[in-house]
Design a binder for this molecule. Structure first.
Ligand code: CLR
Length: 412
């Protein structure tokens, strides 16, 4: 692919590679060449969890807890392709997303004949370090997903290595059941060739409050002779340690479900399983804190390929944010997150144990995976239903208006 880059792009890429060799781990502060910039903000990435709303709500309809756990695992695996390879597929390579400002929102919903409406609320709850929190819920089926995540990155031998911090939690109301989901580590390959793409590595878990446990392992090309985007998931009954199902294959292609040695199902995420489009408000109707409205000018400049204008518009937002933080510091105030609140880490883990009962305890030995250092995510973030109710009932109208005006100054 190196040949694909020509002229100035080639030399800019070369100096970019040199600059990341001394990379300090802060992905947000990395300055990338124009052709690798995306006009999509990282706050939008939460939507990747639910681009198959039918699969998202499927576990709610299943009465058998073991089959429910399998459906949750299948849904989780079905999200990987959107999460980690959709930019490469749609845009030709992985891109550098816009770094969301504190309070930035991404709101929308998916309508599906069968699944009904699934709502998305995504909010940037921390800027230093960058952390996004989300709440995705389908009231009709009582399926609720919430989580938060940040990234820790490092650079070694021409690869950007990224560890995700944070967790996702899925709740099935009808069965009073909860699943704790951890997030995969990843790395960026193809940097030398100017066409970066994501590969997943290591492992994640899904632990259910009803005692089912899934271990999901990721590998790339050449790793024990494997193919790219390889995944193997094992679903266990924690109550007796019995292995119930294995799912393996490529998370970008086909996955095979087996019970013992018997194949029971194959599924794939390609054309046979199209995604449902997310509906979002037209820009004019959006709140000033909504991502596409706030970044509209930057996005237009990126579309035009005007790097200078991109820089100018970006700086307007960044400088205004810096001034805002300074002002808050002087006044001893903090930016009010619209939908989420940070809770005490100990409290959060206790709450998980309460919810999940004894089966979660084994997993709490594994908490380092998700809640080890809340400092890395500025706390443990939960969806605050009181804040949400206040916003939708209009009780927060004044605050919402004021927050909008503050941000608008820099973006319009
Ligand atoms: C964000 C949370 C999502 C899953 C996800 C997918 C791709 C990751 C992204 C997360 C974080 C930012 C990321 C991106 C891939 C590339 C990008 C690591 C974890 C970095 C910032 C861009 C590096 C620049 C190169 C393309 C040169 O649920």
């Amino acid at each position: 692919m190196a040949a694909a880059l020509t002229g100035s792009a080639k030399s800019t890429w070369a100096s970019f590679l040199k600059s990341i060799a001394s990379f300090n781990g802060d992905l947000a502060s990395m300055t990338a060449p124009p052709f690798i910039l995306s006009k999509t903000s990282l706050v939008e990435y939460s939507a990747y969890w639910t681009e198959h709303p039918k699969l998202f709500v499927a576990p709610a309809k299943e009465a058998d807890p073991e089959k429910r756990a399998l459906l949750v695992l299948k849904w989780f695996l079905s999200t990987l392709k959107q999460q980690y390879s959709s930019r490469s597929e749609k845009l030709g390579s992985e891109k550098k997303p816009l770094n969301p400002f504190l309070g930035e929102l991404f709101l929308g919903h998916w309508d599906d004949e069968e699944a009904g409406r699934t709502e998305l609320i995504s909010e940037q709850v921390s800027h230093h370090p960058p952390v996004t929190a989300y709440s995705i819920f389908n009231e009709k089926h009582g399926v609720k997903l919430q989580g938060y995540n940040g990234q820790k990155a490092g650079f070694a031998s021409m690869t950007i290595n990224v560890k995700q911090v944070g967790v996702a939690r899925l709740r099935l109301e009808k069965w009073d059941e909860e699943y704790l989901i951890t997030l995969p580590a990843l790395h960026i390959e193809g940097l030398v060739y100017g066409s970066p793409f994501v590969e997943l590595e290591k492992s994640t878990i899904i632990q259910s409050s009803t005692g089912f446990f899934a271990k999901i392992e990721y590998a790339g090309k050449g790793w024990v002779g494997g193919k790219s985007n390889s995944v193997t998931a094992e679903l266990y009954d924690n109550k007796n340690g019995k292995l119930l199902y294995t799912i393996s294959g490529q998370w970008t292609k086909e996955l095979v479900v087996k019970q013992g040695k018997t194949e029971i199902e194959r599924f794939e995420h390609g054309d046979k399983n199209p995604t449902t489009a997310l509906s979002i408000k037209p820009i004019e109707e959006q709140d000033p804190l909504e991502s596409r409205r706030a970044w509209a000018k930057v996005g237009a400049a990126i579309d035009k390929g005007d790097y200078e204008e991109t820089g100018i518009e970006k700086s307007k937002i960044e400088n205004a944010q810096r001034d805002l933080r300074k002002k808050e510091k002087e006044e001893g105030t903090t930016w009010e997150r619209r939908y989420f609140s940070a809770v005490d880490q100990v409290e959060a883990i206790d709450a998980l144990v309460d919810r999940a009962g004894k089966f979660m305890k084994g997993v709490l030995g594994l908490t380092p995976l998700c809640m080890d250092e809340p400092a890395k995510t500025n706390g443990v973030w939960v969806f605050d239903t009181k804040k949400y109710d206040d916003v939708i009932s209009g009780r927060k109208a004044e605050e919402v208006k004021r927050a909008g005006e503050i941000v608008l100054e820099a973006t319009e």
